[in-house]
Design a protein around this ligand. Structure first.
Ligand code: UDX
Length: 466
């Protein structure tokens, strides 16, 4: 089939490459000329495992092309996937739909009769209906709209697109559903289930799924706080609770919490939309999910302060990890970078390492020092902070780092390093929610975050890491 992908950011670039991979003829469209030129030359503009190979194959075969022209896109065929970004509004609540609206407005005059626009971006429920009216007003009365939300995770985007857990087709008609079944036929044939529904339900499925995932993470982080107070171990607790098949073990990794371009903004946008619909109280708990999540950043800073001797000024802190999660170079709302920036603001000398995200981190936080290698980041460190769960860090040999640091003190804020290995090597091992956390706050530890912190903590939130 011939199809276009409007918006070649993270979601769109992966979708375009995967659609070409399963045999479609794809035109990717973006207003960013530099990005379009890079993609057309077969180069990925960001780090995502497996994407480069698909892009190279797609562009070489001629099945995958890129343009900046919406006019060309409209003429290309009758099927258009909308993959533009829906960032958080500057006021912090609600999604900014400017790019979605602009794409639809720009495409409308060029659409061929009967064209189908399929939204993939994460949007507030009701967006498809609103865009349908917009299309009509823009003079494309014969165009149709459907919603087909995307559930891919960064770092696993290619596999998540080619082998998703499920497909969701939100369409207003059997015709549109049939088109989507044809697009995804190779996936459906290989056993991927699909759910066909209306557009509002499809839009809500995405919001509900991300809210549930965020809730799971904050739930286990709340348990971590209780474990710290009770002298228990949250990693064992998660393991035991996760055996219950009604609960499941995944997304129960306690630690520094969630970040990135999706979960934080989506739960805020969901709250805003629910309030508009008059059902704000139904999802009011998401405010607490957000707050528990941000509190993990403050707990990490406070624990690091305590491990540094109760005072950060002049202390050298090695930060392992800047990306919001492993296998990604994305630092949007990265908990790791927020903690590093806070430590720096409070007077510490912070040196950050990340296997992929240093360039993006430097652009976002130029005030921090960066190291190309873990050993360089750790030189002279009073405390080593493990903030992003890269496999490379799990393979570290503490014996090799001991002679480099000033004091062998590790805070494993992702709970994924082996406490036995580190303590056997003579390190003091601390974590969030495990027995290794220091028992009592020292009296001279600053308990409150600075008011200009990037992660917007509420000033009255309790800060009791252990
Ligand atoms: C998420 C959803 O998983 C995906 O379905 C949706 O399409 C987009 O949003 P993503 O943001 O790429 O994907 O990352 P994800 O793997 O969900 O992790 C989100 C954050 O939660 C990361 O910061 C990660 O470190 C953190 N996390 C995840 C935990 O802190 N604990 C866990 O157990 C799992």
């Amino acid at each position: 089939m011939k199809l276009t992908v409007i918006g070649t950011g993270y979601l769109g670039a992966v979708h375009a490459a995967c659609m070409a991979e399963i045999g479609h003829e794809v035109l990717g469209v973006d207003i960013d000329e530099a990005k379009t030129a890079a993609l057309a030359a077969g180069r990925t503009p960001f780090y995502e495992p497996g994407l480069q190979e698909l892009l190279t194959r797609g562009t070489a075969s001629g099945r995958l092309r890129f343009t900046t022209s919406l006019r060309e896109a409209g003429r290309f065929g009758g099927l258009h996937f909308l993959c533009v970004g829906t960032p958080q509004r500057p006021d912090g609540l609600g999604a900014d739909l400017r790019h979605v609206d602009a794409a639809v407005d720009g495409l409308a005059p060029h659409l061929i009769p009967g064209a189908l626009i399929v939204g993939k971006s994460t949007v507030p429920v009701g967006t498809a209906e609103r865009l349908t009216a917009r299309l009509r007003a823009a003079g494309a009365p014969e165009a149709h709209l459907a919603w087909n939300p995307e559930f891919l995770r960064e770092g696993h985007a290619v596999m998540d697109t080619l082998r998703p857990d499920r497909l969701v087709f939100g369409t207003g008609s059997r015709l549109a559903e049939n088109v989507l079944r044809e697009v995804y036929a190779p996936l459906i044939r290989s056993g991927v289930p699909y759910v066909a529904t209306d557009t509002a339900t499809a839009e809500l499925v995405k919001m509900a799924a991300n809210s549930f995932l965020a809730t799971k993470i904050s739930f286990i982080n709340a348990m971590a706080e209780v474990c710290d107070a009770a002298g228990a171990d949250v990693t064992v607790l998660a393991h035991a609770v996760g055996y219950d098949h009604r609960i499941g073990r995944s997304f129960l990794n306690a630690g520094l919490g969630f970040g990135g371009g999706c979960l934080p903004k989506d739960i805020r946008a969901f709250r805003a939309r629910a309030a508009e619909l008059g059902v704000g109280p139904a999802v009011a708990f998401l405010a607490e999910i957000d707050e528990i999540n941000l509190r993990q950043r403050r707990r990490t800073v406070e624990l690091a302060t305590r491990l540094a001797g109760g005072e950060l000024t002049g202390r050298r802190i090695a930060v392992l990890g800047a990306a919001f999660k492993p296998e990604s170079d994305d630092v949007r709302d990265s908990p790791a970078l927020a903690v590093a920036a806070r430590l720096h603001r409070e007077g510490a000398v912070v040196r950050v390492h990340d296997p992929q995200a240093v360039d993006n981190a430097r652009a976002a936080c130029p005030q921090l020092d960066y190291a190309a290698r873990v050993d360089k980041a750790c030189e002279g460190a009073d405390v080593v902070l493990h903030l992003t769960d890269w496999a490379e860090y799990r393979a570290l040999d503490p014996d090799a780092l001991t002679p480099l640091v000033c004091r062998p003190v590790l805070l494993d804020a992702r709970n994924s390093l082996d406490p036995d290995v580190w303590t056997r090597a003579g390190w003091r091992y601390a974590a969030l929610g495990r027995l290794g956390a220091p028992a009592q706050p020292s009296s001279d530890t600053p308990a409150q975050p600075s008011p200009d912190a990037p992660d917007q903590p509420s000033p009255d939130a309790p800060v009791q890491p252990s």
